[in-house]
Design a protein around this ligand. Sequence first.
Ligand code: NAG
Ligand code: NAG
Length: 377
Amino acid sequence: MRVLLHHLGPEAFVILMWFLIFDKSSSQPHIVFILVDDQGFRDVGYHGSEIKTPTLDRLAAEGVKLENYYVQPLCSPSRSQLMTGRYQIHTGLQHSIIRATQPNCLPLDNVTLPQKLKQAGYSTHMVGKWHLGFYKRGCLPTKRGFDTFFGSLLGSGDYYSHYKCEGPGMCGYDLYEGEEAAWEQDRGVYSTMMLTRKAISILANHKPRKQPLFLYLAYQAVHSPLQVPARYLERYKGIPNLHRRKYAAMVSCLDEAIHNLTLALKRYGYYDNTVIVYSSDNGGQPLAGGSNWPLRGSKATYWEGGIRAVGFVHSPLLVNKGTKCRSLVHITDWFPTLVTLGEGTLDEDLNLDGYDVWEILFPLLDDVWSGTSPTRM
Ligand SMILES: *[C@@H]1O[C@H](CO)[C@@H](O)[C@H](O)[C@H]1NC(C)=O
Ligand SMILES: *[C@@H]1O[C@H](CO)[C@@H](O)[C@H](O)[C@H]1NC(C)=O
């Protein structure tokens, strides 16, 4: 390098540095956001659970654990905040979840995280549970910033048949590819495996060095109904409560899925330039096997057990690997944080409620390298 620079002279050096610093394609990291459903605060190995989650434990231990991380107590409100960086009181989604028969969805004039990342040059993909409304085509994930979508529009459907019933006689098939029902595929395939397989095929079919990728992987697991392939139950014979036993097995399957995903990130050449965020959408539901101990309350309450979630960031790009972050981090913070990380723009009129928490989470090599830590808060 030094020899080369000697021959090239100062102008070339400036140009070379320019490319090193501003080569967009190589500096924009791939972003994989894993959102899980109803995983309780206690339901991860590193919080002292009897449920074994070796993959999550390892990813978190090598990353930054968010130990004061807050979300909303329910699904649609949390997801709306993740997508917009705004509290649900500002999007009209403060009441409850969006039900199948409700003509309601995330307002179309609210800018979404995938829209922003797409603007910044990302290829954007969603796999999993949407739950932000679908009463008209404009509400669908593919109209709200995602290049592709595979998954369900509601929540808590059957893990194998992918049917969702909202009441007696009110059942519908809830598995979509893009904007159409995915009738042919994956009937009878357990949701956690099906979604992971889809995510891996997206990784396999994209060129990581050509374009940065945003993958939003929103698992149906580990929400009720409590369904799981028998082989994951084996290791939890010792748990007397049947709901807890099945739930534990579902968490184990999820952990294996994320192991598979991580392997694929490595195999297809993403991993070294990827930031993985892992988050639950709300607290656990003890009636359906979840546990938030030692926190009080559960999903759907504003006690800590409803809103303080499991969350961590894992990336080889992190400098402060292996640390716990005790700063307050909120689900609305991902919008400004990830848009900034992806070198997108945040317009003044977005009126975001979230803050860019880059400085706490991602003192990236670039910042250390240039000796300055840009102030972005
Ligand atoms: C979000 O949508 C709501 C309802 O249309 C609107 O009142 C609000 O101004 C929008 N906010 C932003 C930041 O786009
Ligand atoms: C993980 O990958 C293995 C090997 O391909 C496969 O047998 C297993 O079902 C996968 N597990 C999940 C949860 O996707």
